[in-house]
Design a binder for this molecule. Sequence first.
Ligand SMILES: Cc1cc2nc3c(=O)[nH]c(=O)nc-3n(C[C@H](O)[C@H](O)[C@H](O)COP(=O)(O)OP(=O)(O)OC[C@H]3O[C@@H](n4cnc5c(N)ncnc54)[C@H](O)[C@@H]3O)c2cc1C
Length: 392
Amino acid sequence: MVETPENTTVVIVGAGVAGLTLGNFLLRSGIGCVVVEKHSRAYVEQRQRAGTIDSRGVRMFREWGLEDVTKDGDAASEITGGIWIDEVMYPMEFDEDDDNDSVFCPQQVLVRNLTDAFLLGGGDLRFEALDVTPQDLLGARALVRYRNTDGEAKAIGCDFVAGCDGFHGVSRASVPDDALTRYSHEYKYSWLSVLAEVSADPSGMAIHDRGLAGMIPRGANASRLYLQCPAGDTPEQWPDERIWGELRARFGIEVPTGRIVDKRIVPLRCVVFSPMSHGRLYLLGDAAHIVPPMSAKGIHLALYDAETFARAVVKKVREGDASLLDGYSDTCLRHIWNYQAFAAWITELMHNAGDATYEGEFRKEIARAELERQFTSPTASRLFGELSAGLL
Ligand SMILES: Cc1cc2nc3c(=O)[nH]c(=O)nc-3n(C[C@H](O)[C@H](O)[C@H](O)COP(=O)(O)OP(=O)(O)OC[C@H]3O[C@@H](n4cnc5c(N)ncnc54)[C@H](O)[C@@H]3O)c2cc1C
C-alpha cells in the first residue's frame, strides 16, 4: 500500500514552552504547522516548573499580540524578599521607575494559556502522539511519524522539524552522534526542590554554612522550597521534618510549615549541544541546552530560540531568503553562551560561598559584596530580581 502523508511547513515536536510559543508565532504569521505532543493535555497543563517570565519574554509576547498568555489571576503580583547571609537579612530593593516588567506566571499557566491561544486560533495540536520519529532530515522533505492512541500510524511530511521536546526528547536523539558536540558541566551538589502548601514567608534565598536555601512564592498559599544537598541524595533521605528543620537553620528564623505535595532532586548542570540544527531539524529550548536552575533562565532561552526560529521560517517562506535559518544555530548559541556564563557565575556565587570547607569565609565575603552590588545597580538589580522571583 502506498502511504500518503499529510503535509505542512513545520512539524513541531513537543507542546512545552518552546513548541507552543513557536506554534503561536507561526500560526499568526500564516505558516502551516502541526504540533505533536506525547503526553495528554491534562498532564502537560499541570506540570509545575518555573514561576516567572522575564522582561524580554513579556515584551516579546506583547509584540506578537499575545500579552494575555502571561496573565495568571492566582499569582502574587509583587517581587519582594531578601537574601540571608549567615542569618542576616539583606532586603532586595527594586527601582520602581526601572523597566522591570517581569511577571509572576507559573510555567503551567503559561503552557495552558499558550495552548488555549493556539487552539482558539485554529492551530493543529495533537496530544498523546506516541513513538514520534523524525526521519529524512537530510532529504528534500522531512517526515515525522507517530502513532495515535487508537494505534493508527500517522506520517506528516514537512519542510522543517522543530525539535522542542525537551532534554530527554527524540528530536536530538535522531541526529547522528558525530554531528553534534556536547559541552557540559555537572555540579557536585544538587537541589532538593519541594512544593508545599504554605505562603513563602520568609521569601528569598539564604546562604549558610549548611548550604543554600530558598523559599519562593508560587501563589497565595503555595511555595517552592529549595535546599542545596549533595549530588547523590534521594528524596527519601529528606523526610518532611528534616526539610523544615533545615529551612529554619539556614534562614535562622522560624518558617511556617504546610503540607508537602512534591519533593524531588534537581541535578545542577550546564549543557549545550552545537550546532542546534541538522539538515531540516532545528533544536529549540531544553532539547538543545540546559542552564542550572539557580539562573532561572531556562524559559528565557526557550522563548529566545522560539522567536529566532519563527522569524527565520517566516523570512524563508515569505521571501525565499534562508539567511536567518542558516544563521539560526550561531545566533542562538551566541545568546546561550552569554546566559551560560551568567548561570555558571550565579551558581558558583550562591552555592560555594556557603560552604565553609571551600575557601572558608573568603567566599562568603565575596558573595556579600557581589550581592550588595547587585542591589545598587538598577540593571543588575532587575536581572537579580527576575532571577530571585523565577526560581523553580
Ligand atoms: C523542576 C524544574 C524546575 C525549573 N525551574 C525553572 C525556573 O524557575 N525558571 C526557568 O526559567 N526555568 C526553569 N526550569 C527550566 C524550564 O522549565 C525549561 O527550561 C523549559 O521548560 C524549557 O521549555 P521547552 O519547551 O524547551 O521544554 P519542555 O517544557 O520540557 O517541553 C518539552 C515538551 O516536549 C514533550 N515531549 C518530550 N518528549 C517527546 C516526544 N518523544 N514526542 C513528543 N513530545 C515530547 C514533553 O512532554 C513536553 O511537553 C525548570 C525545569 C525543571 C525540570
